[in-house]
Write a protein that binds this ligand. Structure first.
Ligand code: ADP
Length: 295
């Protein structure tokens, strides 16, 4: 490993293969491998997000392959509720992934300022997330890292599933990798039990994310990891008292420990929580900071 400081990404980024120049703007966020910047395509003035990976940081065998896997899976996907992949290229020092810009940060950021979301908002986001995830699974891809930090919000308050860094192609159960990956709180029981990550495990993680939005805390969080894992394996969690019957029923069906008995995305899509009562078509941008009021 070199002791030199990693170089800063250039102010003007050139996609030589397509002859496109982007000017680099503010830092949008940092991830495990990448820094993500706002960039403007010089000719059109269009804004995008550029995920920039320092080559020095992915010198280890396997790291580079992971980035290439992310790119090859993401570039084939086209759906309103999946962050759109635009292009990828590299120069001497960096790998660049140009993505649709989601200027509203993530639902994790939103929850940090709001603490908890209303059932009406959660219905609005969940419909979109199910639609994106159904598409992903239909394409034979499992995400494996669904969490609020990977649900990105656009200027028009639409939500998009992003960060395919841990995504993989769907394999039959006997062919699946058994490694435990993802955020410990959102790990499905079968992943903990080393049976591999199938589409059902994504549904479990989605259930955890929905619970977190409604309760303001994750379903399986205790001070001690062994106890957390025991609660995950037995599907033991406590609802906040304010939750509606429909919300409780949806969460119970998504957080069913046996993956064969767990709700499917179709089950969730047609669940009374999403089918009954008011589900808005839009949310005001003020709902980043305060509960929306509908007249
Ligand atoms: P990593 O795969 O290294 O974890 P992420 O894909 O999670 O990287 O991106 C890191 C951060 O960059 C995110 O938390 C978010 O703040 C920002 N970011 C990523 N993609 C976008 C996007 N499409 N639009 C706006 N910001 C983004």
């Amino acid at each position: 490993m070199s002791s030199e400081l990693p170089p800063r990404p250039p102010r003007v980024i050139r996609d030589a293969s397509r002859d496109i120049l982007y000017s680099r703007g503010r830092l949008l966020g940092k991830g495990g491998f990448a820094r993500c910047y706002l960039v403007t395509e010089e000719y059109t003035g269009c804004h995008f997000a550029a995920k920039i990976i320092t080559k020095q940081r992915v010198e280890k065998p396997g790291h580079r392959a992971k980035i290439e896997q992310e790119i090859s899976l993401h570039r084939k996907l086209h759906h309103r509720h999946i962050v759109q992949f635009i292009s990828s290229f590299e120069d001497e020092n960096f790998i660049y992934i140009i993505l649709e810009l989601c200027n509203g940060q993530s639902l994790a950021h939103m929850l940090r300022s709001r603490k908890v979301l209303t059932e009406t908002e959660v219905k609005y986001y969940l419909r979109q997330l199910i639609s994106g995830l159904r598409y992903l699974h239909q394409c034979g891809v499992v995400h494996r890292d669904l969490k609020l930090g990977n649900f990105f919000v656009t200027d028009s308050m639409e939500v998009k599933i992003g960060d395919l860094g841990l995504a993989t192609t769907l394999e039959p159960p006997e062919m699946r990798k058994r490694t435990v990956c993802g955020t410990p709180n959102y790990l499905a029981p079968e992943v903990l039990n080393k049976r591999g990550h199938g589409p059902e495990a994504d549904i479990w993680s989605l259930g955890c994310a929905v619970f977190t939005m409604l309760a303001g805390r994750p379903p399986f969080s205790t001070s001690d990891l062994a106890n957390t894992y025991a609660c995950i394996r037995s599907g033991r969690f406590n609802f906040p008292p304010s939750l509606s019957h429909a919300a409780r029923d949806l969460l119970t069906s998504a957080l069913t420990p046996d993956p064969d008995l767990r709700a499917s995305l179709l089950d969730l899509q047609s669940h009374p929580f999403l089918m009954q009562g008011f589900v808005p078509d839009r949310l005001p941008t003020s709902s980043h900071l305060s509960p929306p009021i509908f007249r």
